[in-house]
Design a protein around this ligand. Structure first.
Ligand code: AKB
Length: 318
């Protein structure tokens, strides 16, 4: 059985990917690691955990050695808007951590999953049906780190044979851990406001389309890609994947079907709006579908129903 290290286990993706991996590979085979230690609650109680600061290569190497790890999911990230406010931090985590994981993987024989993002594209990229292989000239430090991570990961695969794989995640909508510092965060925050009965102030302008995905589909994608037959992978770093594309008015109207009193006003945030305008409206993800069977389950309607149901329970708003 694979032994897996999840770095950034307490974040938006890690807090759900770790239990999902434990379900597949067994609790003892999935080590939850984060720079904030000790871990608390379910993550700490349901399996092994340790401290890993991904900007410190020795931390990663020690964990790999101690737990006999053969696959790493590196989820350490500073999201787009937050990285723009602190570019050095964005670079150190976005590239430093990736390079550390690549080196440890090379030396210790691990496979490595590192998420890329729609942020790896920029204003010169075709915005509609954004191709898998196309212009990548992002104007954010987050995007620069994502493109660098993609290139380094392909380099380590070709040069050293490290089994690196990655997806370009769209905005991820989830109900366990809030994102924070991202451009697509509004699509999570809008649900919390609606379920709490609060008016939502939308930081993204009407008509701004971005790719999105519900977390269960993102988790399945990450696990499926790492299980995919390497002989079938033409691409590796990174695959376009998307489940839906919408603009704020569409998600607002969908939520209103179930919470009719819900209100939203627009007050756009210049930084986030500029970033959103530079990202694709909708990516073409046929390579992921053909090469490893990517096939998301949730669309805007089914995600909205599930999000509202789960958040009503979580926030005691039955
Ligand atoms: C962000 O908005 O920064 C992230 C992303 C799309 O990579 N959610």
């Amino acid at each position: 059985m694979k032994k897996i290290l999840v770095i950034g286990a307490c974040g938006q993706i890690g807090s759900e990917l770790t239990p999902a991996l434990r379900n597949v590979y067994g609790t003892d085979n999935v080590v939850a690691a984060d720079c904030v230690y000790p871990l608390k609650g379910e993550l700490a109680e349901s399996g092994p955990s340790c401290k890993v600061d991904a900007t410190n290569a020795q931390d990663i190497a020690d964990a790999v050695k101690k737990y006999n790890i053969d696959a790493i999911y590196n989820l350490a990230a500073i999201l787009s808007a937050k990285a723009e406010a602190n570019p050095m931090l964005g670079w150190n985590v976005g590239v430093g951590a990736v390079l550390n994981c690549l080196e440890v993987s090379r030396e210790m024989g691990c496979s490595l999953f590192t998420p890329s993002s729609i942020g790896a594209f920029g204003p010169d990229t075709p915005h509609d049906m954004t191709p898998q292989d196309t212009i990548q000239r992002p104007k954010t430090i987050y995007g620069v780190t994502k493109v660098t991570g993609e290139l380094l990961s392909d380099y380590y695969f070709k040069r050293f044979g490290v089994d690196t794989r990655s997806v370009r995640f769209p905005g991820l909508i989830s109900n366990v851990t809030l994102p924070g510092g991202g451009t697509t965060d509004y699509a999570v925050e809008i649900f919390y406001a609606a379920v709490k009965g609060e008016k939502f102030v939308c930081p993204i302008a009407k008509g701004t389309y971005m790719d999105m995905m519900y977390m269960p589909d993102a988790l399945k994608a990450a696990i499926d890609l790492m299980e995919a037959d390497p002989a079938k992978l033409i691409h590796r770093n990174s695959f376009n994947i998307t489940a839906m594309s919408f603009e704020p008015e569409m998600i607002y109207n969908e939520i209103k079907k179930y919470i009719p009193d819900f209100q939203m006003e627009y007050k756009y945030d210049e930084l986030r709006q500029n970033i959103a305008d530079s990202w694709p409206n909708q990516m073409d993800d046929h390579c992921a579908r053909e090469e490893w069977g990517f096939n998301p389950k949730y669309d805007l309607t089914s995600m909205t129903i599930d999000m509202i149901e789960v958040l009503k329970k979580k926030l005691n708003r039955q």
